[in-house]
Ligand binder design. Structure first.
Ligand SMILES: Nc1ncnc2c1ncn2[C@@H]1O[C@H](COP(=O)(O)OP(=O)(O)OP(=O)(O)O)[C@@H](O)[C@H]1O
Ligand SMILES: [Mg+2]
Length: 383
């Protein structure tokens, strides 16, 4: 893990007036609100590139000429200065080819703003899974590079960073692509540092419907294996070029994992490969990747391989053990997902974020959990 030296620039010294900030920061570059306002032309709507669960993202040019993605956290995601800086310190120390780089942040008054390296080619959800509304073509080689790159980035977070980091929100919209289509895992806003000596961490289940490991969604059990489940879902999406849930498809095809398992049992996995590849792909490799996806999504977390093993399997350095594959854990089996019963539902679940809710009166909502809401997450080092 790379540790940065102190990075305070003269121009950011105006942000350093609060002793709490001085105390909390070790290696984070601080930007003043004014600097970021200038970089984004007063946070002009023309520079807004997106909006997620945590706030709005703007494209901006910093004083040193670097182009940045500037994420202005919304009021709800505002933490206290100390908590915020603790997380930022963790993120700032992490550097890897397949992880988005955090340049720094702004913590002036009520503002909590993150400044990231800007990635030119948007996210996998808007490109590969975006329904053909973009000019990028993902050939087989590119898809392999993306799968392996994401696996490497996650293996780094899970196994090389100390203490380990569970991302908690691995999904297509959090995989950004640079100009060469190298994948970078983004959004460490949900990532929590889990000290090795802590067995229990109170948190809330975050993540997105369809990517959630059932033991995390239902029991709040947070382990690296929950990320590995999400990675397995993402892997099947990249090979098939479709979203993990698509309510517009015939009922038996709506859930990607269910479909993958079905085709695996019939020894017809190759049918799942994206037809837009026009048959130009390595069928053996594609089936192998889909089997790895099934391994990663096994119901028992203990049966899911570690991310370093996944990297080895994807790169051909380790065999994929077919005999270990059993039916994957399907979130639809565990939750009150009424899509099947509610034929009138026209909800497009492709991008539906599934955050916990404390409302008890939304139990009729198409996507609500039947269970309760705030969970104690348990971190289990053995997994
Ligand atoms: N570093 C970046 N470079 C380029 N675009 C980015 C960057 N970070 C975010 N974006 C874009 O900004 C948009 C919003 O991102 P954000 O992470 O806030 O939300 P999200 O990932 O879509 O959803 P969620 O809040 O559930 O994570 C996305 O479309 C993403 O493509
Ligand atoms: Mg995101």
């Amino acid at each position: 893990m790379t540790c940065f030296p102190l990075l305070f620039s003269k121009s950011s010294s105006s942000a350093r007036h609060d002793p709490e900030i001085d105390e909390g920061i070790h290696n984070v570059k601080l930007y003043s609100y004014k600097q970021l306002r200038n970089a984004t032309e007063k946070f002009s709507p023309a520079n807004k590139i997106g909006e997620g669960g945590f706030g709005s993202v703007y494209k901006g040019r910093l004083k040193d000429g670097k182009v940045a993605a500037i994420k202005v956290l919304s009021a709800e995601s505002r933490q206290g200065v100390k908590e915020f800086l603790t997380e930022i310190n963790v993120i700032s120390e992490i550097e890897h080819e397949n992880l988005v780089k955090l340049y720094g942040c702004c913590v002036e008054k009520n503002n909590r703003i993150l400044v990231y390296n800007y990635l030119e080619n948007n996210s996998l959800s808007q490109t590969l899974l975006g329904g053909g509304h973009n000019s990028l073509y993902f050939d087989w080689g590119t898809r392999c590079k993306i799968c392996i790159g994401v696996a490497r980035g996650l293996a780094y977070l899970h196994e090389e960073v100390r203490p380990h980091i569970v991302h908690r929100d691995i999904k297509a919209s959090n995989i950004l692509l640079d100009k060469d289509l190298t994948p970078k895992i983004s959004d460490f806003g949900l990532a929590k540092l889990i000290p090795a000596n802590m067995t229990h961490v109170s948190t809330r289940v975050a993540g997105t419907l369809g990517y959630l490991a059932p033991e995390y969604a239902i029991g709040g059990k947070l382990t690296r294996k929950a990320d590995i489940y999400s990675f397995g879902v993402l892997l099947a999406e990249i090979i098939s070029g479709r979203c993990n849930i698509n309510s517009r498809l015939p009922i038996e095809e709506q859930f990607l994992l269910e479909r993958t398992w079905d085709l695996y049992e019939r020894k017809e996995l190759v049918e799942l490969v994206d037809i837009s590849l026009n048959g130009e792909f390595d069928a053996e490799q594609a089936c192998k990747f889909l089997k790895i996806s099934l391994l990663c999504t096994q119901e028992s977390p203990k049966l899911r391989p570690s991310m370093s093993s996944v990297v080895k399997m994807l790169t051909g350095k380790m065999d994929v053990n077919d005999s270990k594959i059993t039916k994957p854990a399907l979130i639809s089996d565990f939750m009150d997902l009424k899509v099947r019963r509610n034929e009138e539902s026209s909800i497009d679940m492709k991008n539906s974020s599934m955050y916990t809710t404390s409302s008890s009166d939304n139990h009729d909502s198409t996507m609500s959990f039947a269970t309760t809401t705030t969970f104690a997450a348990i971190y289990d080092e053995s997994m």
